[in-house]
Design a protein around this ligand. Structure first.
Ligand code: FES
Ligand code: CO
Length: 330
């Protein structure tokens, strides 16, 4: 297992989807995870695998803050310890050694975040715009993509595809040129240490909701974690917008994508804003799923890069330096 991702936090579900008394199954880094909320409101994240015979615990039943396995009815308390084996009812709790593997879990940005390993100083990625009361928040997705998480981050950082994949929305072929841009390392406390960012400019057919003509937009892309990026956009005199790309790596080559928008457009409905992101993402998806290999190659020369791929190359260098192994080819 990749120690970097194993010891980091990952979004696994909207917190509101984990209802008291219900079991929610998901996957993270090739691990089956079951999420549940106890009567006190606390979240639990366990390996979704009974220590007895490997059955998915999410097939079981929750009662009085204990989980009963669907197969032989073993009962596990909130700490993951087995309390009761119906086939051996005389066996006292002290003799029961079985214990479900449990993980750290917390709620942030209205999502549940899980760390499978030891988080140490790690906290979930910062998203400073989320705390800005002047910006409204809209949750988009999830989208399940048959591709590695690093390929999806790289696509998010890529502007040269706008004129082709998102023609008429984010770009047009007559304006496909990408002006030269710089990639910098930021140590700005707002987003965390060692954040890589690029500030760039691209032409958009409709530079803002209110615009009637195309124009240049300034984009700032920040890679705040191996699998998290935040884009902030500003067109002159127009609305402010931040888009956080939050990824749940299910396996090395399948990923659940969530996007949170923080923007000062209070006119459009949530549904309209979500529909727009759906359109954009569904245009990206077949491209992402066609890329071969699905894992992102970090070996120099494995793919041909040009000047406007500078941000992609900085991202690949960052993953190398972070010693990431999962979802990449080293
Ligand atoms: Fe869960 Fe037997 S497999 S109780
Ligand atoms: Co795209």
């Amino acid at each position: 297992m990749d120690p970097v991702l194993f010891n980091d936090w990952h979004p696994v579900a909207p917190a509101s989807h984990i209802a008291a008394g219900a079991l929610l199954a998901t996957d993270l880094l090739d691990t089956r995870v079951v999420l549940w909320r106890d009567s006190g409101g606390a979240l639990h994240a366990w390996e979704d695998r009974c220590p007895h015979r490997g059955t998915r615990l999410s097939l079981g039943v929750l009662r009085d803050d204990t989980l009963r396995c669907a197969y032989h009815g073993w009962r596990f308390g909130g700490d993951g310890r087995c309390q009761h084996i119906p086939a051996l009812p005389a066996l006292g709790e002290a003799h029961l050694k079985a214990r479900v593997a449990s993980y750290q879990v917390q709620e942030l940005y209205e999502l549940a975040w899980v760390c499978l390993g030891t988080p140490g100083d790690n906290a979930p990625p910062r998203f400073p715009e989320f705390a800005d009361p002047a910006l409204r928040k809209v949750w988009c997705g999830h989208y399940d993509v048959q591709s590695s998480a690093p390929r999806i981050v790289e696509n998010f950082l890529d502007m040269a595809h706008f004129a082709f994949v998102h023609e008429g929305i984010l770009g047009e072929q007559q304006h496909a040129a990408i002006p030269d841009y710089m990639v910098e390392n930021f140590d700005d406390a707002e987003y965390g240490a060692g954040v890589r960012a690029s500030r760039c400019r691209a032409w958009q057919p409709q530079a803002s909701q209110a615009a009637t003509a195309g124009g240049d937009i300034d984009y700032t892309y920040r890679v705040v974690r191996p699998l998290t990026a935040i884009l902030t956009k500003q067109a002159p005199g127009a609305l402010r917008e931040a888009i956080a790309l939050l990824l749940q790596p299910l396996t090395e080559t399948s990923t659940r994508v969530r996007i949170i928008l923080a923007l000062d457009d209070f006119n459009a409905s949530d549904d309209a804003l979500r529909a727009f992101q759906d359109t954009i993402f569904l245009q990206d998806q077949p491209i992402l799923e066609s890329q071969h290999p699905a894992r992102l190659p970090l070996t120099p020369g494995a793919e041909v890069s040009v000047a406007c791929d500078r941000m992609s190359l900085a991202y690949r260098a960052y993953l190398k330096q972070q010693n990431l192994h999962y979802g990449v080819i080293r």
